[in-house]
Design a protein around this ligand. Structure first.
Ligand SMILES: NC(=O)c1ccc[n+]([C@@H]2O[C@H](COP(=O)([O-])OP(=O)(O)OC[C@H]3O[C@@H](n4cnc5c(N)ncnc54)[C@H](OP(=O)(O)O)[C@@H]3O)[C@@H](O)[C@H]2O)c1
Length: 282
């Protein structure tokens, strides 16, 4: 069945691949990007099945306008892909407040604005699906990416709460957590490499070296990732969370084991703070 999709950050990378895959599957797409001129080829190729719009997800007023225009134009809104994202790379101590704020504005507030703008429409329809593109890094906390990964972790928890609030209203939510995808994300076009002061060379600097050497060799294929997202949107009961890529799966399982081990190891401290006569919550 043909669905109406709204995709953020569709100028390039994963967002562009999702837009192409949704159109190839016969869906109608509101493709959005900070500069709508970058979407002209999609509009030329797919005519009335595409609506293009300039959208910076950090701007809540434009978000409202674009969501309203999409629904007016297509008469419905079925799948909302919160894909736009951006990271700067620097130690926490060296990250200017403006950079920290801008990353939270795009990666977290952007998801909040788009989700809140679409919610009344999906709620009135009694159907719809939010696909929240987070990052496996949100489970790890790697040096140099604190602002970006904090925002993605916030997206995870926001979306877990959202699932519980809107599930009974017929609305689905899937958090997608990619590992390393071969897109622009590690290039200067997407990631600003800020200066690293000497004390952080051993941690942040070393990790920057690893990241740079991965550029262009990432194991995850954005075309296959987009195909997986199209499949998820067609499922009657999609997963609440899914990691994308074998690398992501390995890291996710390792992080879950480490967390469970740590909780077990320190459980005597955890339990020590209860009132002696209290009954633990289930
Ligand atoms: N690639 C990976 O390894 C990886 C791993 C985990 C998670 N992710 C997540 O996957 C998503 C897609 O990333 P990607 O790999 O495709 O990166 P990318 O190639 O750098 O593309 C990022 C996209 O986001 C857009 N964007 C950035 N800031 C925006 C804003 N304020 N408003 C609207 N659009 C904005 C960019 O638009 P412009 O063209 O205007 O800059 C671009 O279309 C992101 O959420 C990213 O965090 C990626």
């Amino acid at each position: 069945m043909s669905q109406v999709w709204l995709i953020t950050g569709a100028s390039r990378g994963l967002g562009r691949r999702i837009a192409e895959a949704a159109l190839a599957a016969g869906h109608r797409v509101a493709a959005t990007a900070r500069d709508a001129d970058r979407l002209a080829d999609l509009a030329d190729a797919h005519g009335e099945r595409v609506l293009t719009a300039s959208l910076d997800v950090a701007d809540p007023v434009t978000v409202q306008q674009v969501v309203a225009r999409t629904t007016e134009h297509f008469g419905a809104l079925d799948v909302v892909v919160n894909n736009a994202g951006q990271a700067d790379f620097a130690p926490i101590e060296d990250t200017p407040a403006e950079s920290f704020s801008a990353q939270i504005a795009t990666n977290f507030w952007g998801v909040v604005h788009v989700t809140r703008a679409a919610l009344p429409i999906l709620r009135e329809q009694g159907s719809g699906h939010f696909i929240q593109v987070s990052s496996l890094g949100a489970r790890m906390g790697t040096p140099g990416l604190a602002a970006y990964q904090s925002a993605k972790a916030a997206v995870n928890v926001f979306s877990m709460s959202l699932t519980k609030e809107v599930g009974p209203l017929g609305i689905k939510v899937t958090i997608v957590e990619p590992g390393n995808l071969r897109t622009d994300i590690l290039t200067a076009r997407s990631m600003t490499m800020l200066p690293i002061s000497e004390p952080y060379e051993q941690t942040v600097g070393a990790f920057r070296g690893q990241l740079s050497s991965q550029n262009g060799k990432q194991p995850g294929d954005p075309v296959r990732a987009a195909a997986a997202i199209i499949r998820l949107a067609g499922m009657p009961e999609p997963p609440k969370r899914v990691v994308l890529g074998s690398d992501a799966l390995n890291f996710a399982q390792e992080a879950a084991r480490e967390l469970a081990d740590s909780d077990d190891r320190w459980s005597h401290i955890s339990k020590s703070i209860d009132f002696p006569d209290s009954t633990p919550a289930a």
